[in-house]
Design a protein around this ligand. Structure first.
Ligand code: ATP
Length: 349
């Protein structure tokens, strides 16, 4: 188990800045997820922690020890990548035991630890098979067992589930998380999949363009996004954004008056999640509109609503509450969040 401290680490390749100076403390036993769109710098951040990329600035400490310039093998980290990195000519048992062989662990102890790790990920019946004769999920578990067997201080995982089909990904999410809890190993996990981040993380680090946009629990980043980027990146379908004016404790936009928990007077953007829109009778509503489309999702219906005064909103409602296409509707918002306009930085107000 280990703590990790990143102090202003940065990485550029010539004129390309992959990661701007970034600082982050990861607690002992924590499951931390780096989340962001393609190219935001999450893999580079993790490769620097692993020792695969040399930072152009800053310091990395694992358990207080400065590892910034150490080789990967001297950092006591175990890595799991999306392509698993298994050796095709070795059996499952040999693959799992390989890091121990490299470390010169005697054969009998190796066999014992391989059997233990295989047991943990339910691979005992497959120890003599070769990777080619295994399914994607089984290969993934071999890679996991190989990480476990090392008894490393830190797990680093880069999109380890992305090659699995949706159903298996769901199962492996919980297997992996339960295993990590059980072992108590500090884990840094990279993904662009927000469901993975929300379901697995103790804390999520949302990144964009090489910078941290927000660090928080999954509930924090979803319900209290720090800025327009985080608000728009999390949630599917995404949050609705409405341009308007804040003044005297209310937000106003054409045809819309919404109570606001702010005394500021300034242009603002109102953020409303699709599930925070309630359909009402026209008299009691904050806005009016007409239903343009209804999409049946199974457990809910998505409505595309043309607002009376321009613009569209997406609402998620119970199937039984879904009106017909063309119906006029009143809209109330159960929770909202205010942001500065993008031109002003888009911070939450
Ligand atoms: P993805 O989800 O697509 O893997 P990512 O968030 O992990 O994306 P990185 O792989 O960290 O992103 O890349 C961050 C930026 O650095 C990108 O603009 C990328 O093109 C650039 N980059 C990464 N590796 C190199 C390299 N070896 N040489 C030059 N630029 C690089």
């Amino acid at each position: 188990m280990a703590t990790v401290h990143l102090d202003n680490i940065a990485k550029s390749w010539g004129a390309v800045t992959a990661v701007s100076p970034l600082s982050l403390d990861i607690a002992d036993g924590e499951f931390l997820v780096l989340l962001g769109p393609s190219g935001c710098g999450k893999t580079t951040t993790m490769r620097m922690i692993a020792g695969l990329d040399e930072p152009t600035g800053g310091t990395i400490r694992i358990d207080g020890r400065d590892v910034t310039h150490l080789e990967p093998r001297d950092r006591d980290v175990a890595m799991v990548f999306q392509n698993y990195g298994l050796y095709p000519h070795m059996t499952v048992a040999e693959n799992i035991g390989y890091p121990l062989k490299l470390a010169g662990v005697p054969k009998a102890e190796r066999a014992r630890r391989v059997a233990e790790a295989a047991e943990r990920v339910e691979l005992t019946p497959y120890l003599e098979r070769r990777p080619a004769a295994m399914s994607g999920g089984q290969r993934q578990r071999v890679a996991l067992a190989r990480a476990i067997v090392r008894q490393a201080k830190l797990f680093l995982m880069d999109e380890p589930l992305s090659n699995l089909d949706a159903k298996l990904r769901g199962t492996m999410r919980s297997t992996l998380r339960a295993l990590q809890r059980d072992l108590g190993i500090t884990t840094i996990y990279v993904t662009h999949d927000q469901v993975e981040a929300m379901t697995m993380a103790d804390r999520v680090v949302v990144m964009e363009k090489g910078r941290i946009q927000q660090i928080g629990t999954p509930a924090d980043v979803y319900h209290r996004p720090a800025n327009l980027f985080v608000a728009g990146f999390l949630g599917a379908p995404p949050m609705n954004f409405i341009n308007g004016q804040l003044s005297g404790g209310v937000f106003t936009a054409p045809g819309m008056v919404v109570p606001a928990d702010s005394n500021m007077t300034r242009p603002a953007i109102l953020g409303v999640r699709p599930e925070a829109i309630r359909l009402t009778g026209p008299a009691a509503s904050m806005a009016q509109g007409r239903v343009r489309a209804v999409e049946f999702l199974g457990d809910a219906s998505l409505l595309l609503i043309d607002r009376q005064d321009g613009g569209t909103l997406t609402a998620r409602v119970a199937v039984a509450d879904a009106p017909v296409v063309g119906a006029p509707v009143g809209l109330d918002f159960t929770t909202t969040r205010l942001f500065a306009p993008a031109a002003d930085g888009g911070q939450a107000l």
